[in-house]
Design a protein around this ligand. Sequence first.
Ligand code: FE
Ligand code: FE
Ligand code: ZN
Length: 280
Amino acid sequence: MNKMKIGCHLSVSKGYYKMGVDALSIDANCFQFFTRNPRGGATKKLADGDLEKLTALMKENDFAPILAHAPYTLNPAAADERVREFALMVMQDDLRILEGIPGNYYNFHPGSHVGQGAEKGIELIVAHLNQVLDPGLRTTVLLETMSGKGSEVGRTFEEIRAIIDRVDHPELLGVCMDSCHIYSAGYDIVNDLDGVLTAFDKVIGLERLKAIHLNDSMKPFNSHLDRHEKIGAGTIGLEALVRFTNHPVLRALPFYLETPHEDLTGYAEEIRVLREAYQG
Ligand code: FE
Ligand code: FE
Ligand code: ZN
């Protein structure tokens, strides 16, 4: 009965409605997109009625929330004040646009402390979020779990929890779990998925978990490296990923593929395989 909620990363370059059309063409019922180019450039001007047309398409086709991804080069934990100000400006602007399609998600990488230490990084991220999270917001902001490459904050569930604990409006925050990232971060979803989810629940609380980035990994367990691989071609493997999508705690969540593909056919095939393996 329960239809699996699955989609992939799409490009916003031809507008919002076009992403909905693309999603339907590959049997997806949700999708993710970068709000602007990854370097954080300007957003394209929205065509008239674009957001309204997407909203209607999503409703008609019973879509799960869509996931807007902040440019991954933004760093709210930077030591340089201008870099932090830029992150603030971009996130406020993105969230303003998303108010045109309320009820969806905005995901961001918490940041890199660039040698200032995780504690200082967390403090800066909290200060950033306190300026961004306006109680009237109709978008849920998601912190992404990170692999811990370089000085990334968000490698452990404890760091994510510390951020949520200290913001003024934690009710506006959720978590997006990236399967590739947590495996690289040292959470063994291949051999001990139950243990990992129990730890997540204990430290953060499963009610905070809103979305899954579903990726295989090119790098070994606990490597702290962030390289996504196609589903079934990496160190996590198809069997573990199918157990992951069918797990009672995860199966109702929306899954967003961020696997490396040149075009939509690769995603279409992954969606087909994962839907087929989903125990409806
Ligand atoms: Fe990400
Ligand atoms: Fe991700
Ligand atoms: Zn990644």
